[in-house]
Design a protein around this ligand. Structure first.
Ligand SMILES: [Cu+2]
Length: 320
């Protein structure tokens, strides 16, 4: 049985109000391992082994209005390594407001094993608007108040407040988390949520040699305007909904810059390294908001689709 205990409401810590809902987790048969984060690595990102104890996986997500090519980007794209500095959100090179999570877009990648408990503290630093986070693909059957649907399963998290989401990752597959309020997702408030099971329970395990986090592809239809401006123009003024560009893992090739030799350069694009002769599982997430479906292809390669919307399917070979 899983229930909820409200253990602490509106307590004050560092002047931030915290609302904490902790599910009662039946651990009579399970041992939960907690960890202390010592560096940027997350021990929950591990090989999932059958019958091994679940872990409690903690995350902090800070949503904040931010800007592409901010000062943190230094000389990006003229010095391309500057584009990968901490807190630099390059986008497609066009300067516009974004909602960054932990000053990144996409936000942090969450990678757990089925049965792990995700504890995510979401802090709203947006200034004057509410927010919630929805865990796309998780059914939340025992955790209805953790679904992140504003006004339905929770009140929006108010500015300068933190809400703790606590739930068990039950559905395996390629999922994502995203803001569920207004057009915040369109402006960048999303990230991957990968839930794996043990390889013995994966019906498609024989189809791939590698399943690496570096092969998660997050796609977003990206505009010069904010999501709300684009949506309103499309909805009320017959404006085009087709995007100016598409970001892959937050990077796009759109705005032209000229180097000292007057040659055109762009923001670096996302790169995925593979070695010839191996089969790689790519996990594709369309976080787009005005365009669906989106076609994905890899030049001179075939793609075998083994899973869709978080469910394994009878494999389909992609045709050109
Ligand atoms: Cu969703």
């Amino acid at each position: 049985m899983v229930g909820f205990n409200v253990i602490n409401i509106n307590c004050t810590r560092n002047n931030i109000k915290i609302l904490v809902l902790i599910p009662e987790i039946d651990n009579s048969t399970e041992t939960h391992l907690e960890y202390v984060l010592l560096n940027n690595s997350n021990p929950c990102a591990r090989t999932c082994v059958q019958n091994s104890p679940p872990m409690i996986c903690r995350y902090q997500l800070k949503l904040e209005w931010y800007h592409t090519l901010s000062k943190a980007c230094y000389d990006c794209p003229f010095n391309s390594s500057d584009c990968f500095r901490p807190d630099c959100v390059p986008g497609d090179g066009y300067k516009r407001p974004v909602i960054a999570v932990n000053r990144r877009m996409p936000g942090p990648l969450i990678e757990v094993c089925q049965g792990d408990i995700i504890v995510a503290d979401v802090t709203n630093m947006l200034g004057s608007e509410g927010t919630t986070v929805h865990w796309h693909g998780q059914h939340q059957r025992n955790y209805p108040y953790m679904d992140g649907v504003p006004y339905v399963t929770q009140c929006p998290i108010l500015p300068h407040n933190t809400f703790r989401y606590t739930f068990k990752a039950e559905q395996t597959g390629t999922h994502f988390w995203h803001s569920h309020l207004g057009m915040q997702r369109a402006d960048g408030a999303f990230g991957a949520l990968i839930v794996r099971g043990p390889e013995e329970e994966d019906p498609h395990f024989q189809f791939y040699d590698y399943d690496l986090l570096s092969h998660v592809i997050m796609i977003l239809d990206w505009e010069k305007e904010t999501g709300m401006e684009k949506f309103l123009a499309h909805h009320h003024n017959n404006d085009e909904n087709k995007p100016t560009t598409i970001l892959v893992n937050g990077l796009g090739r759109f705005t032209e810059f000229y180097d000292e030799n007057n040659e055109t350069i762009y923001i670096p694009t996302a790169r995925f390294t593979v070695e010839q002769g191996y089969r790689y599982r790519f996990r594709v997430i369309n976080a787009g908001f005005l365009n669906c479906p989106i076609e994905v292809s890899v030049d001179d390669h075939t793609l075998k689709v083994i899973s869709s919307d978080g469910s394994d399917i009878v494999p389909v070979e992609g045709k050109k």
